[in-house]
Each structure stands twice: as structure tokens, then as C-alpha cells.
Design a protein around this ligand. Structure first.
Ligand code: HEM
Length: 190
């Protein structure tokens, strides 16, 4: 840790918000990775991995609900007082867009699967499609699902880049807001 950062005081997110942030990052990355290789897979194993993609997507939606309720209840730590008002506003807009896309993508994905006549096998129970199969409507929703997923990838990439930029260039402790506190030894960040 650099000398300059030792003097920064960091107001962190609470542990549950931090856990949900990184768990969802992991799950979205896996859902993306699986979607990326689906077309390369042999026909025999493809349905299994398509189902894995559906299951992870559904869990992302469920976790998002938990995360939003938790956020409304607990709130977020205040941003550093020396941060420019425009930067604060921009980060709020980006976070709102990320939340919107994290909801839109799995919802549209579920609608696509259902219009294809596909259910979701969660291992212990199966959710069958409540919709009448329609390949044309399914194709339309698939386009939206993919477009929104690529938009999320670009936006989350910018978001991660800025978090790392703040950490390594501005050295203002923003990245540490989303990290659990280390056991404090003398001279460490609070
Ligand atoms: C799929 C990828 C990701 C998504 C969808 C995502 C989404 C979000 C959202 C919605 C918030 C706002 C939390 C709130 O105020 O309720 C947030 C905060 C944050 N994220 Fe991510 N994130 C992703 C990946 C990353 C990565 C890779 C990093 C670090 C390299 C990162 C660092 C941070 C930090 C530091 C904050 C707190 C920023 C602040 O306090 O202003 N995120 N993230």
C-alpha cells in the first residue's frame, strides 16, 4: 500500500452488500462465460449448459431483489466529501444503469426461454414455460437479451476500470469501499 493512501479514511459498504456485490460479479461472469461457449458445444451436452445459464440467470435476479431490498433498508456509505458533485452524480447514474441491466437481462432471458417452450430445471424442481411457444417472439427477445448483456459488459468494464483508476491513480480509497476491512494493524487504512 502506498504512503499517500495510508492517510485516507474509507467509509465502507457493510459486509452483506460487499458479499452480494462480489457474488453477483462472479455469477454474472460465469453466466456470460457459459453463454459465450454455448455455440461451440456438442449437441449432447449443450442442453445441460443452456440450463446452467438459465439457473444462474434466475439466481442473479433473485439475489438482485435481495440486494435492492437490503440497499433500501441499510443505505450506502456517503461518498468522500472532497469528491466533485458531477463525479458523484455520474457514479449514481452508472450504478442505477447497472442495477437496471442486471434486472432486465435475466427477465428478458426468462421470457426468451419461455417463448421457446423451454422450462428451467433447478435440480429439485422444474419451472415449466407458462407461455405458448412462439419462435418469432423468442428471437426478438433474444436480440434484446444479447444487446443488454453486451451493454452490461461494456458498462461494468468502465465501472471496474474507474474503480481501479481511483485506487491506483487517484489513491482515494474508493475501491476499498467495496472490500471487507482487514484486521487493523498500526498504520493501516481504517
Ligand atoms: C458484473 C460486474 C459488476 C457489476 C454489475 C457491478 C455493479 C455495481 C453496482 C450496482 C454498484 C453500486 C452499489 C450500490 O451503491 O448499491 C457497485 C459498486 C462498486 N463496485 Fe461494482 N460491479 C461490477 C464489478 C466490479 C469490479 C470488477 C470492481 C473492481 C475492480 C467493482 C468495484 C466497485 C466499487 C469500488 C463500488 C463502490 C463504488 C462507490 O462506493 O461509489 N465492481 N458495483
Amino acid at each position: 500500500m502506498s504512503e499517500e493512501m495510508k492517510t485516507v479514511h474509507v467509509e465502507r459498504y457493510n459486509l452483506i452488500s460487499i458479499f452480494l456485490h462480489w457474488l453477483m460479479f462472479l455469477m454474472i461472469s460465469i453466466a456470460f462465460g457459459v453463454a459465450f461457449i454455448l455455440d461451440e458445444l456438442p449437441k449432447t451436452i449443450k442442453p445441460f449448459w443452456v440450463n446452467i445459464h438459465f439457473v444462474i440467470g434466475s439466481l442473479v435476479l433473485l439475489l438482485l431483489l435481495v440486494r435492492l431490498v437490503w440497499r433500501l433498508w441499510i443505505g450506502t456509505p456517503p461518498l468522500p466529501s472532497d469528491m466533485h458533485a458531477h463525479t458523484k452524480y455520474a457514479s449514481q447514474i452508472v450504478h442505477a444503469l447497472l442495477y437496471g441491466l442486471m434486472a432486465l437481462i435475466p427477465i428478458v432471458g426468462l421470457v426468451t426461454a419461455f417463448y421457446r417452450g423451454r422450462g428451467i430445471d433447478f435440480g429439485v424442481f422444474v419451472v415449466s414455460s407458462p407461455l405458448e411457444t412462439d419462435r418469432t417472439i423468442a428471437r426478438f427477445f433474444k436480440e434484446i437479451h444479447e444487446l443488454a448483456a453486451w451493454t452490461l459488459l461494456v458498462l461494468a468494464g468502465c465501472h471496474a476500470f474507474l474503480a481501479l483508476f481511483h485506487h491506483y491513480v487517484r489513491k482515494d480509497g474508493i475501491l476499498l469501499r467495496m472490500m471487507p476491512a482487514k484486521k487493523v494493524s498500526s498504520g493501516d487504512l481504517s
